[in-house]
Every structure is written in C-alpha cells, then in structure tokens.
Design a binder for this molecule. Structure first.
Ligand SMILES: Cc1ncc(C[n+]2csc(CCOP(=O)(O)OP(=O)(O)O)c2C)c(N)n1
Ligand code: SF4
Ligand SMILES: [Mg+2]
Length: 298
C-alpha cells in the first residue's frame, strides 16, 4: 500500500439472495414498505433454524404481503384470497414431513380468511402463520380491514374507521395457538429470533408483524414515510414478554406491546387424531405419520 486504498471488483453475494428468486426482482413493493424487511428476517431464521429447505413450503394468499411466497426460493404456493390456511392444511396432511409456513396480510388472513385461521388454531394444525399487519388492504387501494384502528382513514372509511378492530395475538391465544408473538418491522433481530423459535414448534404458531404501508395507509392518515413509521415504532413499542394478550390491542398511533406472549405445548391435530382412533380401534388402527421435522434452537 502506498497510502492509497485499492478498490478491487467484488463478487460478494448478499446472503439473502440464495433464498430469493432473483429473476423476479425487483419486487412490486413500494419504497418504505415493510414487507421486504420481514422477508429478510425470515431468510435469517431459515439460515439459523437448521431445517432442510427441501422440506419447507411457503403458502401465501392474495395481497402485497401475499407476494412473499412468489419471491422466496422455496416450494412456494400463491393461492387464492383468504385460502392460504386451508391450502397449507392440506399440504401438511398430504405430506406431514413438510414444515409449512403461511405468510400473508391482515386482510387476507383475518377478513376473508378469518374463519380458516380460528379453526386451524383450534385444531392446532402444525403451521407457522406470519401476518404482515399494515392495517389496510394495500394491494387493492387502501380499504379498511379488521385490524384498522379507530379512527384511521381508509378509502372505505373517509371519515375514519369506527369498527372494533381485532387484537390478533389475543385472537390467536384464545383459539389455542401454541406460540404467539408480535413485533414491528423496527425489531428485525427479534422477528428473526421469533421466526426461528416458531419454526421449531409443533402446532400452530402465530407471529404478527406490524408493518408500514406508506403509499396508502400512511399517506391517507398523514403519517409520513417509511422512516417516520420506524420512528413511531421505536418510540411507541414496549416489549412485554408473557403479557396477557387481552391487553395488547393497538389504538391509532398508540402504544404497541411487543414480545413473545405465548409459548406452550398442546397436542397437534394429527396427534389428537391418532390418540382418539388408537383408543377406539386398537390394533386395527394404522397411525397417521406425525412427520415432525426436527430443527435446532440454540
Ligand atoms: C375473492 C377475492 N376477493 C377480493 C379480492 C381482492 N383483493 C386482493 S388482495 C386484497 C386485500 C389484501 O389485503 P392484505 O391481505 O391486508 O394484504 P396487503 O396488500 O395489505 O399486504 C383484496 C380484497 C380477491 N383477489 N379475491
Ligand atoms: S401498497 Fe402499501 S403494502 Fe403494498 S407494496 Fe406499497 S407500501 Fe407495501
Ligand atoms: Mg394489509
């Protein structure tokens, strides 16, 4: 060196790239949108969880968040609106060896798809459900959803939302989910850790990620850009591990309680099916394979 730093051409690969279908880039997501951040966290969780990626399948519904399955270089299924969970349930039962992840938006999972969620959680189907909650139908122009807080403005509530919104962690908890966590897109390390933990659980895990939609939700509500959303998440988030889920509802621009609220064990649907039929039929019954894929958690 003679005092000058030499710059060499680099062939460094972004560690996220191998997990993505790079031929489909750039993504459709707007600048400042939080969905891509959640995908980055998911790839980190996949790196660390030790699962055989040939045995991981991802299922999305329709929406901006529903595009996630199509961008990930896994066995990906982009299904119809609201039907990701029944599709994923069928996939899991047809091939119990798979670790099946449902990744979709608040509208897809909790409006048209809400009934499927509550029954999958009640039955404890072995799925990880990740909900990107931006409080709106992003893809279709910013309509109100079951999670829009009062009195946020949406295209269908020009004078402000007035319906009681779902508190998603409480819904998941009361329906029997075995793992329930909430983070915002500001909490990238915690999201990755939660995803890794949830990938290792047996039964229905639920992770809610509060995420900005600057183009529709934030613009209509004069909340600024993606960076302003990060400032809000940083200032108004409080981490309360194990907090009772009944108390973690979110008001408009209010406090966001984050953390892992539930981590418990419960018989999965396949285990309960086997137990009941074994008891009733004895040796005449051939048990359904549970096919749980072991992953490592440090
Ligand atoms: C049966 C049916 N009804 C309505 C639609 C229109 N539609 C597409 S995406 C969407 C809402 C998506 O909202 P969300 O799941 O919150 O995803 P986001 O775009 O906010 O990420 C709707 C209503 C559709 N595709 N199919
Ligand atoms: S419309 Fe909203 S949710 Fe959809 S990509 Fe743009 S910022 Fe993201
Ligand atoms: Mg949404």
């Amino acid at each position: 060196m003679n005092g000058v730093f030499e710059t060499k051409p680099t062939t460094a690969v972004n560690p996220v790239d191998p997990y993505l279908r790079m031929d489909r880039m750039p993504s459709i997501w707007c600048g400042g949108c939080g969905i891509g951040t959640t995908v980055n966290c998911f790839t980190r969780a996949l790196t660390e969880c030790g699962l055989d990626l040939d045995k991981v399948a991802i299922v999305s519904g329709i929406g901006c968040s529903g595009r996630v399955a199509g961008y990930l270089n896994l066995d990906s299924f982009h299904t119809t609106h609201g039907r990701a969970i029944p599709f994923a349930t069928g996939l899991k039962l047809a091939n119990p060896e798979l670790k099946v992840v449902v990744y979709s938006g608040d509208g897809d999972l909790f409006a048209i798809g809400g009934n499927h969620f509550i029954h999958a959680a009640r039955r404890n189907i072995d799925l990880l459900v990740v909900c990107v909650n931006n409080h709106t139908y992003g893809m279709t122009g910013g309509q109100v959803t079951p999670t829009t807080p009062e009195p946020a403005v949406a295209s269908t509530t020009p004078y402000g939302a007035f319906e009681f919104p779902f508190n998603l962690p409480h819904l998941a908890d009361s329906c029997g989910a075995v793992y329930v966590a909430r983070w915002t897109t500001y909490h990238v390390r915690q999201i990755a850790r939660s995803m890794r933990e949830a990938l290792c659980k047996r039964g229905l895990s639920f992770i809610e990620i509060i995420s900005p939609c600057p183009t529709l939700y934030a613009r209509r509500n004069k909340l600024g850009d993606g960076l302003d959303a990060m400032k809000y998440y940083k200032q108004k988030s409080v981490i309360k591990k194990g907090a009772p889920t009944a108390g973690v509802g979110i008001g408009f621009q209010g406090e966001i309680v984050c953390g892992t609220f539930i981590d418990r064990e419960r018989e999965t649907w396949i285990e309960a099916y086997n137990k009941r039929h074994q008891a009733a039929l004895g040796a005449r019954f051939a048990p359904y394979p549970t096919g749980f894929v072991d992953a490592k958690v440090e």
